[in-house]
Design a protein around this ligand. Sequence first.
Ligand code: G3H
Ligand code: ZN
Length: 292
Amino acid sequence: MGLVETGALVAQAAAAGVGAAAFNVITLEHAEAIVTGAEAAGRPVILQISQNAVRWHGGRIRPVAAAAAAVAEEADVAVSLHLDHVEDRALLEQAADAGFSSVMFDAGALPHDRNIALTADAAARAHGAGMWVEAELGHVGGKPDQPASAHAAGVRTDPGEAADYVGATGVDALAVAVGSSHAMTTRSARLDEGLIERLRAAVTVPLVLHGSSGVPDDELRRAVAAGIVKVNVGTALNIAMTGAVRAALAGDASMVDPRKYLGPARDAIADTVRTLLGVVSAPAGAERRSDA
Ligand code: G3H
Ligand code: ZN
């Protein structure tokens, strides 16, 4: 299958009533492992590179994007390339040329009116470059000088405000705050399924869940059944990767060849991806409430 566009991949998942998982890429090994895991699961996948990851690569978007795109092109499953959590409009301007078919513009920490104005402008520019655009909305009802990022724990997205936001900005997908939180190392988040259902009814575009590493499998299944389409996962891969590196190094103090510890790390990421793709790709109705 190889490299496809994120918009088409997400639309196909939405039509099938399943989730489209997006995994964060930091190193080449992440990209290789994510695609290996997706091939093992027989599922499409989104490779997403964050603005923070680009900064970690010295602010250069092209090398890491080119590596991920090359891995995608040779995949046996459909793989797309997404630029995640972009706040810098200069970086946004480089995305299409660097091979990205989609971008998440992140103005969620700004006052609401500023969020709308900047996101509408970013969406128009990104659409002009042929990209699919995701943005996020957390709590909008607060005072303008007290914005609440959708990434913060306890924040919730209001369905009416979400509908207005999508209409005002013209985005193609909406990241919503429904109980997850970024960078959790325990899978203990509880999602508000009722709110997800109300958001799905209120907005016309696919819903995106960020911070999915902290969400247990059953919660993820129910979130997809309730209306989440794009499921973003980052930390879970790094837990798997770092655990494997730590174990390999602890097992042999004389080890110096990075392939000896990055190999197990890549395998661990691939296994995590395969498992999570099985969870979010279950058709609606396959979810069950194990804690009922
Ligand atoms: O945009 C990326 C995701 O929200 C990743 O969140 O690292 O908590 O899984 P996570
Ligand atoms: Zn995120």
